[in-house]
Structures are given as structure tokens and as C-alpha cells.
Design a protein around this ligand. Structure first.
Ligand SMILES: [Fe+2]
Length: 183
């Protein structure tokens, strides 16, 4: 059972509009290394893990990734708040505005829509956990790329928080891998 807690995992206080930044941050929403894929990957794998340790860990982290989706969506909303079609044109985002107006849409920074081809489950606990660890490392790297692209402290703070969580998740998955290796 899931329960919705009406607060963000980390506060978002972005005040400065930046459409181009919203567009690249969208990659961590619906891109191949993004939080939506991470949540689906772990929650999907959780049901067939060999024991309660694995099932619970994947559900915990998968659920946390959903809270990161929520943070990213709030960041993108703040970065596009009050934007007109002229602002989208000025940012060179006529293509996005045409398809989605001011709504959010899970896609990567180049506009490719989210696909479940970004996730896998192969019926082998070691292969699955290795995929999860690689996913965390790739997500960390993308957050570092995004950190390179902004100087706004109110954008940097949540990005640094999200990057740090990827490092923690990687460590948790590594412990889980050791647990099954030693069984
Ligand atoms: Fe993660």
C-alpha cells in the first residue's frame, strides 16, 4: 500500500524563469537515466526478488524515486512559471510548445518520449542488481552534467540533493548484491 505525503522530499524555491534549463532537467524526468524509469525499474523488479530484504529495499528505493519525480516536476513548473508562447519561441522551444503547451511531458532533453525500453528485468537477481547499480551511477553522472549547466543556487540545491541520493542508492544496491553473493 502506498500513502501520499503532501510535502516534497526536498524544498523547491526556484524563483527565476529559465525554460531552457527546464527542458534539460526534463531528461531526469522522462529520459533513459531518469527518475521515472528508476521508479518503474525497481518497483517492477521488487516483486520477484528472492527474499524480503531485496523486495523491501527495491520497493523503498522505487518509492523514493517517485518522490524525486515529484521534485523534478515542481522544479520544471517553477522554471516555466508564467511563460508565454513568446517565451517558448525565444528559448527555441516552439516544438515543445506545439506538442505540450505549458504541460509537463516525460521525455529526454532531445525530445524523445519516455519508453519502457529504458528498463529491463531478466529473471536473474545478479543481472538485475547490476543494472540497478549502473542506473544509479548513470543518474549521478547526468545530475553532474545538469549541475554544470546552471549557476542558480535554488536550482543547484535540489540537484545536489538528488545527486547525493543516487550515491546512497548505489551503496544500498551494492550491499544487496553482497548479501546474495554470500548466500
Ligand atoms: Fe536513485
Amino acid at each position: 500500500m502506498w500513502m501520499y505525503e503532501k510535502r516534497l522530499a526536498f524544498p523547491i524555491n526556484i524563483k527565476k524563469r529559465d525554460l531552457k534549463l527546464a527542458k534539460v532537467i526534463m531528461s531526469q524526468y522522462g529520459g533513459p537515466q531518469g527518475e521515472l524509469g528508476a521508479a518503474l525499474r525497481y518497483l517492477n523488479q521488487s516483486y520477484t526478488m528472492p527474499d524480503d530484504y531485496g523486495k523491501t529495499l527495491l520497493k523503498d528505493i522505487g518509492t523514493e524515486e517517485l518522490s524525486h519525480v515529484e521534485m523534478l516536476c515542481e522544479m520544471m513548473v517553477a522554471l516555466t512559471k508564467g511563460a508565454t508562447y513568446e517565451d517558448f519561441k525565444e528559448a527555441g522551444m516552439e516544438d515543445y510548445y506545439t506538442e505540450h503547451g505549458i504541460d509537463l511531458y516525460p521525455q529526454n532533453a532531445s525530445g524523445l518520449p519516455f519508453t519502457t525500453a529504458y528498463i529491463s528485468s531478466v529473471g536473474d537477481v545478479f543481472a538485475n542488481i547490476h543494472e540497478d547499480m549502473a542506473a544509479e551511477e548513470k543518474a549521478r553522472a547526468v545530475y553532474e552534467n545538469l549541475i554544470d549547466l546552471t549557476t542558480d543556487p535554488e536550482v543547484l540545491k535540489p540537484l545536489l540533493f538528488l545527486r547525493q541520493r543516487e550515491i546512497v542508492h548505489y551503496a544500498r544496491f551494492k550491499e544487496l548484491l553482497e548479501h546474495y553473493k554470500n548466500k
